[in-house]
Design a protein around this ligand. Structure first.
Ligand code: RFL
Ligand code: PHB
Length: 394
């Protein structure tokens, strides 16, 4: 069958937050795009992932008309609680650095983006297969794929945005790049539960049994995590065992604090990995989000980094496509990578400070670090600056 050929300004591979937000920012500059996605619209809309937005992410989403539901349903937090045995400390980011964070799930961000793109008649292809990139070193790159009905397409464009996450084909279309990778000897067991959060703000807890995190999605839905062995089968933990372990690690009963259990609606185990690919651009192909980098979730950076990449990439592609001016496009990779490495360091630092490694020497270092971060204004300010988010260009 001959492929049907379509042309657009920017071909966007992947309808995650990076690809959707990029299409939105491009449209605001009068740049047309087509988004191609190998999963179904329903699958993409139902994925449960990140939950925290930095101030700069909220500001950007608000500035581009995506802040209405966020302002109504999102929950602004002044900071986080950091806990280690017998001690819980509140770090108030607003007092420390004048910025805050927001609890608003990636599922909600994605839903808002899809609604805005639909209202703007964005062209999408969902449930595609066999996505391939071609001629990225020329001025006429293209993406070929097979649509949901089995028809082949060739999408030609002035540029391709590889927003296809850690398993998509874009990253490997940049040959000869450098990669840095670290896997951690633990994983997160995440649950979603229909119960009001037992805390006003997130609790990050160090415990001899392993790390635990109490997060939330709304007044009636809690999101909690436990450090577990990689490869743990979620079905091998009963609900009672999960709640007992969360209660132990989060300090149920200490100073009158109680963890309230409730019906668990989702269980999953996430691997922990740091990964950076450089450069993030080659010829007319630009990587954004998880396609170029992965961070472990402890610093709550994955979604925010994807948003920060796209905030840089959209004006660069606008200049390239509209004015044939490649200056921002040529600087994109280097500029984006500075922030990527800052967030990679912060996520690694939070991860190694809070997770049980089994090494008694490291445990003492972790506790010393936690005491410092929670007692020194300089220590607390460093954590707050990184957690609440640095400017897009660092
Ligand atoms: P996404 O969201 O992975 O979107 C990439 C999209 O590309 C599609 N795709 C393809 N499309 C066409 N052709 C192909 N061949 C394709 N291959 C892949 C995918 O189906 C997908 O729709 O990347 P993006 O947009 O860069 O956004 C990044 C964020 O999603 C990510 O950083 C965070 O969700 C990471 N993350 C978490 N971050 C946190 O800060 N806190 C969390 O609790 C948290 N939980 C998670 C997570 C990531 C997870 N994944 C990726 C395993 C939980 C999970 C399960
Ligand atoms: C979440 O709510 O899913 C969440 C919050 C903070 C993190 C990671 C995940 O560091």
């Amino acid at each position: 069958m001959t492929a049907e050929t379509l042309h657009t300004d920017v071909a966007i591979i992947g309808a995650g937050p990076a690809g959707l937000l990029l299409s939105h920012l491009l449209a605001a500059q009068g740049v047309e795009s087509v988004v191609v996605e190998n999963r179904s619209r329903e699958y993409v809309g139902a994925r449960i992932r990140a939950g925290i937005l930095e101030q700069s992410s909220v500001d950007l989403l608000t500035d581009v008309g995506l802040g209405e539901r966020l302002a109504r349903e999102g929950d602004q937090h002044r900071g986080i609680h950091l806990q280690f045995p017998q001690e819980r400390h509140h770090l108030d980011f607003v007092d420390l650095i004048g910025r805050s964070v927001w609890v608003y799930g990636q599922t909600e961000v994605t839903a808002d983006l899809v609604a805005a793109r639909d209202a703007d008649e964005q062209r999408f292809f969902y449930s595609i297969s066999d996505t391939r990139l071609h001629d990225i070193d020329s001025d006429h790159p293209s993406v070929t794929f097979t649509d949901a009905d089995g028809s082949p397409y060739r999408l030609t464009a002035d540029a391709i945005a590889g927003c296809d996450g850690s398993f998509g084909p874009s990253r490997s279309a940049i040959p000869g790049g450098a990669t840095w990778e670290k896997t951690y000897p633990y994983a997160w067991f995440g649950i979603l539960a229909d119960v009001a959060p037992s805390t006003d703000e997130l609790i990050y807890a160090w415990h001899p049994n392993g790390f635990a995190l109490h997060s939330m999605r709304s007044d009636t839905v809690s999101r909690l995590y436990l450090q577990v062995e990689p490869g743990t089968d979620p079905a091998s933990w009963s609900d009672d065992r999960i709640w007992d372990e969360l209660a132990t690690r989060l300090g149920h009963g200490q100073d009158g604090w109680e963890l309230t259990a409730g019906p668990i609606t989702d269980k999953s185990v996430l691997p922990m990995r740091s990964y950076v690919h450089a450069p993030m651009q080659r010829g007319r192909l630009f990587l954004a989000g998880d396609a170029a980098h992965i961070v472990p979730p402890t610093g709550a950076k994955g979604l925010n980094l994807a948003i920060a990449d796209v905030a840089l990439l959209a004006p660069a592609l606008g200049d390239l496509v509209r004015k044939n001016d490649a200056r921002l496009a040529d600087a994109y990779s280097e500029t984006a990578l500075r922030r990527v490495w800052r967030c990679t360091h912060f996520s690694w630092w939070m991860t190694t400070m809070l997770h049980r490694s089994g090494d008694p020497f490291e445990e003492q270092l972790q506790l010393s670090q936690l005491r410092w971060v929670t007692s020194s204004e300089a220590g607390a300010t460093g954590l707050a600056e990184n957690y609440a988010g640095l400017p897009f260009e660092v």
